[in-house]
Write a protein that binds this ligand. Structure first.
Ligand code: NDP
Ligand code: MG
Length: 383
């Protein structure tokens, strides 16, 4: 626990070489008096990981696979999933930033929780795969799950400890690169077009999820778990300018929104500094007058059916969202490999989802088993 203002918060980042990971290090660099880095874990970008090691001098480093090219500078070297789990079991840490993409996030998050280490969570897939278990274990262990996802950070900032007085969550969506395109354009979209997101520069998986709007679907499920909110009380509104990062409605009808120019530094900084709010990487001031346009519209679930499927999976509960997540992740990789079209991500997920026999209250072993099975079944469709 970090109740002493003089003491530095001891932090590890898994996925340090990714979009969220590098921006987390930018925040930490700006606030270096507040943080001590225990471990950095990357995947296969060893060149960048070496630069980060040189600059931040962690005690532990981890890469996805063993490699001679890693220059640890005296740090203990770890590899693979076991390395991630070792980092997340190290109780020297006050906080772990889980910034890996996809299913890799779940096991390290559970390890951190079981070791009573707070988690700043970017990896939404963790909550889509096993939100009930993750949130229950965190509650039982007294561990904080601090959201990094910008919409959930916005909601978290607006709630400010008064969750019991909140009636409704309003999640905003930029609409992605195909907002104003026809269904035909979406069907014929190239990987390059899908990766050209108008507002955010992110890893490939989440960028494709943003193009299909499955990202919003995953975020609805993420919000349900983080804020124990009924799906009926979670709404999505398209707001192409992304100035409002999300909003909440209190029981008395008052709506609070978090507003600013789009930037991931702020939600990352809020999560890792919580409950403090230092200046850090100060966001550029937002001018309502300069902004001029503030548009809102209903999401088109005909053109973008993924969020509707996510609502359905969320309401069904149990292993339904585990299935949705696994099928989607494999379909996204197949799209990136040129095996299927962008729209086929939806048709693939839907096909697999409809055939899935939902397990009502799966335990964690069952979740991993179902995840594995769904991935195999999904991949079979591409052969
Ligand atoms: P990136 O693809 O940019 O980064 C993923 C990170 O995980 C990289 O550091 C990568 O390493 C690392 N990694 C990949 N495989 C392994 C492995 N086997 N072991 C250890 N590390 C591994 O993704 P993002 O940063 O964009 O997204 C991360 C998470 O945050 C996702 O769940 C996403 O949904 C969520 N998120 C992201 C946002 C954003 O703005 N980017 C916004 C909101 C949520 P390497 O590159 O070295 O291979
Ligand atoms: Mg988001």
């Amino acid at each position: 626990m970090y109740n002493d203002y003089v003491m530095k918060r001891k932090i590890s980042i898994i996925g340090s070489t990714g979009s969220i990971g590098t921006q987390t290090l930018e925040v930490i660099e700006k606030l270096k008096d507040r943080f001590e880095i225990i471990a950095l874990a990357g995947g296969s970008n060893i060149e960048l990981l070496n630069k980060q090691i040189e600059k931040f001098r962690p005690k532990y480093v981890c890469s996805a696979v063993k490699t001679e090219n890693l220059v640890p500078q005296g740090a203990k070297v770890l590899f693979g999933d076991e390395g991630l789990e070792e980092i997340c079991s190290n109780t020297e840490n006050d906080l772990i930033v889980v910034a890996v993409s996809g299913k890799i996030g779940l096991k390290p998050t559970l390890k951190a929780i079981d070791n009573k280490i707070d988690v700043a969570l970017a990896n939404k897939e963790t909550l889509v795969m096993a939100g009930d278990i993750v949130m229950k274990r965190a509650k039982d262990a007294g561990v904080k799950i601090l959201p990094i996802d910008s919409e959930h950070s916005a909601i978290f900032q607006c709630i400010h400890g008064e969750l019991d007085k909140v009636d409704r969550l309003i999640i905003t969506a930029s609409g992605g690169p195909f907002l104003n395109k026809s269904i035909e354009d979406i069907k014929n979209a190239t990987v390059e077009q899908a990766l050209a997101h108008p507002r955010w520069n992110m890893g490939k998986k989440i960028t494709v999820d943003s193009a299909t709007l499955m990202n919003k679907g995953l975020e609805i499920i993420e919000a349900h778990h983080l804020f124990s909110m009924d799906y009926d009380n979670i709404n999505v509104v398209v707001h192409p300018q992304s100035y409002i990062h999300s909003a909440i409605e209190y029981k008395d009808g008052s709506i609070l929104a978090q507003i600013g120019l789009p930037s991931m530094h702020l939600p990352i900084q809020y999560a890792i500094c919580y409950p403090e709010r230092p200046e850090g990487i100060k966001s550029r001031s937002f001018s309502f007058v300069d902004a001029q346009k503030f548009e809102f519209m209903k999401p088109d679930f005909e053109k973008f059916p993924c969020p509707a499927l996510a609502y359905e999976a969320g309401r069904t509960g149990g292993s339904a969202t585990t299935c949705l997540n696994a099928a989607n992740e494999e379909a996204v990789y197949a799209f990136l490999d040129g095996k299927i079209t962008l729209y086929d991500i939806y048709t693939t997920v839907e096909k697999i989802y409809r055939k899935h026999d939902v397990v009502k209250n799966p335990n964690i072993d069952e979740i991993f088993e179902i995840d594995k099975e769904i991935r195999l079944k999904t991949k079979e469709l591409f052969n």
